[in-house]
Design a protein around this ligand. Sequence first.
Ligand code: G1P
Length: 293
Amino acid sequence: MAERVRKAVFPIGGLGTRFLPATKAMPKEMLPVVDKPLIQYAVEEALAAGIETFVFVTSRGKSLIEDHFDRGIELEATLERRAKTKELADIAATVLKPGQIVFTRQQEAMGLGHAVWCAREVVGDEPFAILLPDDLVLAKTPCLRQMVDARAATGGNLVAVIDVPRAHTNRYGILDIGKDDGRLAEVRGLVEKPEPAKAPSTLSIIGRYILEPAIFTHLARFERGAGNEIQLTDAMAKMIGTAPFHGLRFEGRRFDCGDKVGFVEANVAFALARADLRDQVRPAVESVLKTHS
Ligand code: G1P
């Protein structure tokens, strides 16, 4: 049996320049898809996968996120007085138990690998998950839950993957694969953002990982990779051969909410997936499409 995954790291130090001016004073992770901030989707996904400790790697200007997951005592009292049961339930879902949430800072933007390294003391010597809230997954079974279940059989390191058009390989960490049963692919190599002609495959990593703690030893070397950043992908590549390593083609659809088009798409898809909104949103979207075609 694979050791249980109890902790999740959320690297949320990024500036979000692609969403200016919205992200001038507000962290990009607080951008809402329909009515919920991106970071809350990621936290709920982790909760559904059995995660108990939530490690946020933040940076300056991200304190709003800390407030979001805290109690809102005055707000709760007002909602109670007004008997707003639905709203009370909505905000109750944002509160994690005392001690369940840990904030640590990435003081300098040195890459995703560096952000994860900043969580080393909190994670300690056990396997852990990483969720990048920009990647939003709409799925019947939440993506990280699918990964935890798959890892119960494989053990070791596991990343969630999708097939992308070859022209897009330079946006992602790309797998070189060995044995592949169509769902789980053995990872033989990993390259960060290769040019399409050099990509070993078109199987790309989305922002969901379950990694062995050995990753921290590799990250601690502070080796610079693509874009002169400390890349998580490069450190993961060093673990190949030391423990099982697989890519999981999860069931569901992933939206790149770090990109304007992906973000708009996600809003439409998540609204249409909601029983309380679907019937009003569909004709509204159709009418917009008719008017603006
Ligand atoms: C990061 C990783 C990349 C991964 C991607 C998923 O890239 O470095 O390997 O495929 O997240 O979203 P970024 O999006 O930070 O450039």
